[in-house]
Design a protein around this ligand. Sequence first.
Ligand code: 0X9
Ligand code: ZN
Ligand code: ZN
Length: 308
Amino acid sequence: AHGYTKYNTWSDIESWITSISSSNSELISTEVIGKTYEGRPMTVLKIGKKSSSTKPAIFMDCGIHAREWISPAFCQWFVNEAVSTYGSDAQMTSLLNQMDVIVLPVFNIDGYIYTHTNDRMWRKTRAKNSGTSCIGTDPNRNFDAGWCTVGASSNPCSETFCGSSVESEIEVKNVANFIRKNKSIIKAYITIHSYSQLLLFPYSYTYELAADHSELVSQHHVAEGASAALRSLYGTRYTSGPGASTIYLAAGGSDDWAYDLGVKYSYTFELRDTGRYGFLLPESQIKPTCEETMLAVKYIAAYVQKNL
Ligand code: 0X9
Ligand code: ZN
Ligand code: ZN
């Protein structure tokens, strides 16, 4: 059965998507943005008060990497928190009145299932590669952002295989097509990973920084404010900064791609912890991790909303 303080299977998440959207039809609508390599529908939940005019939106995805289980747990937590605090929490109410938050709870569904059934440490997609028995591409090396130039591998057997071409992965193509199609309304892109307790912004494919000085200042400002908000709850320390200098140079990531498309506020979270448990974060840490991360995401959302 589904729960917010456990790591749910894909089948439990699938039923949860149906039930939470049907019991909150005033606030949630769903859209299938395409199918995975193995044929599963990729459903986004659009959360917000229905409006006759088109609303600006924040796009958030979880589970790009299969083994980072705390990430889909956060997207589920976020959706529940949004619908259950709408009308009582002033910030959430104002946010969902003015904007929509579009949530993709699990990006790499095939990989996520594989981590439950075969290999807990699987990272990539499950697509076949030609000329080798090695399976999968790193979806976060497959976006059109300095593709395969640095911090990525052209070897299909590598954990950071960039794929046979840009957007070769159907899951990446589906998300990129959806964001391109909704480019004019998407004001922020948030992608949730684990682990390391970092809040990263572009670029990761180059040491260059945002072209515009005021934009760079606001990227820093937002990341620092969000990290401080997160820390205020349980003292969890996050490091924030541009991806390349904060973790490593790595091309083909979704954050850099969204930013270069014109989504000015583009952030990658690396949730708890710093390595004690790593990807195997105990279920007892789901609640505190999600509670503190909510504060950071709400900080970013408030900033974006204020600067529409
Ligand atoms: O390497 C990644 O894709 C991310 N770290 S993880 O441990 N979750 O794999 C960091 C992504 C930072 N952004 C880009 N490289 N564009
Ligand atoms: Zn990741
Ligand atoms: Zn300055």
